[in-house]
Design a protein around this ligand. Structure first.
Ligand SMILES: [Zn+2]
Length: 400
């Protein structure tokens, strides 16, 4: 059964094959987005079958008129921590009255997550994924990291795996309290029994990637040597690498990620020139994923996206949805912050939250024949409204 979608005022394809030759360019990034105006799409068996101008659209079994709306690739949220229980709203309120964040509140979520039943956790995670879909996110990465025991990390990954193939083992989120006086024993647990169990049924059975919170500025996180040991063990076990780096201050995370060929290094808030050069040299391999919801929610300085893009770095945007530093699952919110506060153009921000974040998960997010029909639709005529109408719920996953 094929479906012809018409009434698309503006289609973002992320495909350089489109978007040339159109006179009306509000944003020089339109070429980046491969925009087709007055577009049509044919979808068959969950895949894109045809893309082009409405005037050239082929026939199909069914037709649907979208009434002059913009269609974009569904957002790829490549950095989330959705598997948790408990409520840390009081911590947010305290932070807004002057208590600084140092990573210690994670222990509160760890206690609540360990205490929750499988069904309670499953219900919480599914609700969060549904909330994201209602805001245009069609692909989500989910990390473990609030279990921090072998059984609780495995349970978190199993529940995440029911909702996405893009799961990440983050046993190295923080050093749990019971290991505070013997950090090396916890690193041994993560790189030994935990990693063995995660990869027991084949390298990517429960997790596609491994991640580490590399942050010497937090007493709870991992330093450069510990992070290297964790990432190297994960790589040797066949997992792709992701890194939390340079969030709270300058640190070794970014350069370690580039050196080890990580798919993504996330936060990138505090960078020196050598970090930026390393990221630019790693273009095509390592993406810098910016998470501006965190700086918003912790009242911290934003990363300098303009500096990174101008240096030739691949820049992605994601939510970092988590109970401590950013309990927002909204990619449109991240886009609005990136445009308003971080020097990105609207086109760069949309590209970062679809094509580049997708690439960091090994996905091709072009709207092109043969690609999965993972799309979002706006109650607006162009993608510019994502940042322009900040806070207004105008975008949702396109249900076919
Ligand atoms: Zn994170």
């Amino acid at each position: 059964m094929s479906l012809l979608l018409t009434g698309i005022s503006e289609l973002t394809t992320n495909d350089p094959a489109h978007g040339d030759g159109h006179a009306r360019r509000a944003d020089p990034g339109d070429a980046l987005l491969g925009i087709v105006r007055d577009a049509a799409l044919v979808v068959a068996d969950g895949e894109i079958a045809w893309v082009g101008s409405a005037s050239e659209a082929p026939d199909a079994d069914e037709r649907r008129d979208l009434g002059g709306r913009a269609v974009i690739p569904g957002f790829v949220d490549s950095h989330t921590h959705l598997v948790f229980a408990g409520d840390r709203s009081a911590e947010f309120a305290a932070r807004m009255t002057g208590t600084p964040y140092d990573g210690g509140g994670i222990a509160v979520s760890v206690a609540a997550t360990r205490a929750a039943s499988d069904d309670e956790l499953r219900t919480l995670v599914a609700a969060r994924v549904a909330e994201m879909r209602a805001q245009g996110t069609t692909t989500v990465e989910i990390k473990s990291g609030y279990g921090l025991t072998l059984d609780d990390e495995l349970r978190s990954l199993r529940i995440a795996r029911e909702l996405t193939p893009h799961t990440t083992f983050l046993g190295a989120h923080v050093v749990p309290r019971e290991y505070a006086t013997d950090r090396a024993a916890y690193v041994d647990l993560v790189t030994g029994p935990m990693l063995d169990a995660v990869t027991a049924d084949g390298a990517t059975s429960l997790a596609a990637s491994i991640d580490v919170f590399c942050e010497p500025h937090s007493a709870h996180a991992f330093d450069g040597d510990e992070a290297r040991a964790i990432l190297t063990a994960g790589r040797d076990a066949g997992l792709a690498l992701r890194v939390h780096g340079n969030q709270l201050g300058h640190g070794p995370g970014v350069r370690l990620a580039c050196e080890l060929g990580a798919r993504s290094v996330d936060h990138c808030t505090y960078l020196d020139d050598a970090d930026v050069e390393a990221l630019a040299a790693a273009r095509g391999t390592t993406v810098a994923t910016l998470l501006p919801g965190v700086e918003f929610s912790t009242r911290s300085p934003y990363p300098d996206a303009r500096r990174l893009i101008d240096a030739g770095v691949d820049v992605a945007l994601a939510s970092d949805c988590n109970p401590g530093t950013c309990y927002s699952s909204s990619i449109p919110f991240a886009i609005a912050l990136a445009v308003r506060e971080m020097g990105m153009t609207p086109a760069e921000a949309l590209h970062a939250a679809t094509a580049v974040s997708g690439r960091s998960l090994g996905l091709d997010r072009r709207v092109a024949p043969g690609q999965p029909a993972e799309l979002a639709v706006l109650d607006a005529p162009s993608h510019l409204h994502l940042a322009y109408r900040a806070g207004v719920p105008i975008v949702r996953a396109l249900e076919l």
